[in-house]
Structures are given as structure tokens and as C-alpha cells.
Design a protein around this ligand. Structure first.
Ligand code: DCP
Length: 229
């Protein structure tokens, strides 16, 4: 199945809540989204949906992430189409707990598509097809986002973290590429001049070290759990 077994929980079912309070965590590659999500795994009222990177690495035995970085002009369309599908699966998954926290969203996929458009790695017609799918899905399905947490992090910091993490597929990713992805996220969520922003945005400083980030996460937790749908 395309949908993996999500976080198992022993918490009681939330029969009374009409729907979840949904948070999407956004930010550059290496900005700390996974660390943020890990922090929330310990609360039994929250479903944490990590990004399906492992699915992208093994689509019936094919590593689409690797292909995309090796030859973006040839494979970016295929990769981004699949990212869109796996994100929509996560948006429409309705876990029986009051809070749902997702890594990224179908919306941030557009940042990568925008970058490939600027770099002319996708053709106009490829962009049009991805965009038509996006528009159709956002207009005809209920994606229900209540809050975006933006881990705003400097490109040099994420570059360093990416190098330390050393994900095999990302060894060709340059500081320049991370700057471009940062600028597009900033245009979208910080300056709010690029695409529609689908929910209120909470900006966190993602440059801090782990100990200080935990304090930010705790503040954020209080804000999330005190909000009403
Ligand atoms: N990616 C992409 N296009 C997308 C989504 C992701 O090209 N629409 C790529 C960029 C990365 C990999 O997939 O090489 C995973 O990127 P993320 O930023 O989503 O996840 P990270 O694991 O890097 O996040 P973090 O380090 O913040 O936890």
C-alpha cells in the first residue's frame, strides 16, 4: 500500500471532535522539520505525519528522489507529480485524534516547482499540468490547514546540516540551490507575495541549536494546543 502505517497510539479516540486541528511544518531542506515532528510524537492527542521521503526513494523499486537530482530536466515532472499525490494522501487522511501535524504540504511542493520553473528545468506545459492538478485538488477537496509553522533558517545553516546528515541523493545539492529554495519559501510565507497562504503562519527561528529549538517547540506547542478549531 502507498499509505504506510502511521504513528501508532494508544490514546482514546476523539469521537467528539468534528475534525483535527491541522498544522503543516514548512521550511527549507535541513531546516529542522523532522526534529519538530519528533518533539510532537510524545503527545498522545496528536498524529504526526512525517514526509514520505522513503516512499519517493522506492516507487516499485525506483528511487525517484535520486533520479530527480541526477537529471532534473528529465525526471522533475515525474518526481513532483508523485510528491503531490503522496501529500494529498496525507492531507485527506483523517486520524482519530484532535491534532494532526504534517511535514510539508501539497502547497510547499509549489516552491520546488517554482524554482524549477525559474531554472527552466520544467517546460511550460509540465508546469501547467502540475498546476492544473494542484488547482483542481485544492478547489475540490477539503485540505483543512489551520496553522503553518515556518522554520525560517539561513541557507548557510541548512547547508551545513545537510552536509552533516549526508543523505546520499543530496550530495549534488549546492548552497546556491538552498538559497533559491529559501528565497521562494520566504516570498511565500514571510513576505507573502508569491502564492496564496492557506493558513496563519507562525515563524520560528530555525537557526538555533537543538536545546534552544526545544524551547521554541514548547512555546509553539502551547499555542497549538490552546487554539480552538
Ligand atoms: N523535495 C523536492 N521537492 C519537493 C519536496 C521535497 O525536491 N516538493 C526534496 C528536497 C530534499 C528532499 O526532497 O532533497 C526532502 O526535503 P525536505 O525539505 O522536505 O525534508 P528534510 O528531511 O530535508 O527536512 P528537515 O531536514 O527540515 O527535516
Amino acid at each position: 500500500s502507498l499509505i504506510p502505517v502511521f504513528q501508532k497510539t494508544t490514546a482514546s479516540l476523539c469521537n467528539l471532535c468534528k475534525r483535527q486541528f491541522t498544522v503543516c511544518v514548512e521550511g527549507n531542506i535541513g531546516s529542522g522539520k523532522t526534529t519538530f515532528l519528533s518533539h510532537f510524537k510524545k503527545f498522545n492527542n496528536t498524529t504526526v505525519l512525517q514526509e514520505p521521503v522513503d516512499l519517493w526513494r522506492d516507487v516499485g523499486g525506483t528511487n525517484l528522489l535520486k533520479l530527480m537530482y541526477e537529471d532534473p530536466a528529465r525526471h522533475a515532472f515525474l518526481f513532483q507529480s508523485y510528491v503531490q499525490l503522496t501529500m494529498l494522501q496525507r492531507h485527506t487522511y483523517k486520524p482519530p485524534l484532535p491534532y494532526k501535524i504534517m511535514e510539508r504540504s501539497v502547497h510547499s511542493g509549489r516552491c520546488f516547482i517554482e524554482n524549477m520553473k525559474r531554472a527552466k528545468l520544467l517546460s511550460n506545459v509540465e508546469i501547467m499540468v502540475l498546476n492544473d492538478w494542484y488547482e483542481w485538488c485544492t478547489q475540490n477537496t477539503n485540505l483543512e490547514i489551520d496553522l503553518i509553522v515556518y522554520l525560517r533558517t539561513s541557507p548557510t545553516v541548512v547547508y551545513q546540516r545537510m552536509k552533516e546528515r549526508a543523505r546520499k541523493e543530496e550530495n549534488s545539492v549546492s548552497l546556491e540551490y538552498l538559497k533559491q529554495i529559501h528565497d521562494i519559501h520566504d516570498e511565500w510565507l514571510y513576505h507573502q507575495t508569491l502564492f496564496t497562504v492557506p493558513a496563519p503562519v507562525l515563524v520560528l527561528d530555525g537557526n538555533k541549536n537543538l536545546k534552544d529549538m526545544i524551547i521554541e517547540f514548547e512555546n509553539c506547542k502551547n499555542q497549538i494546543f490552546n487554539r480552538k478549531i
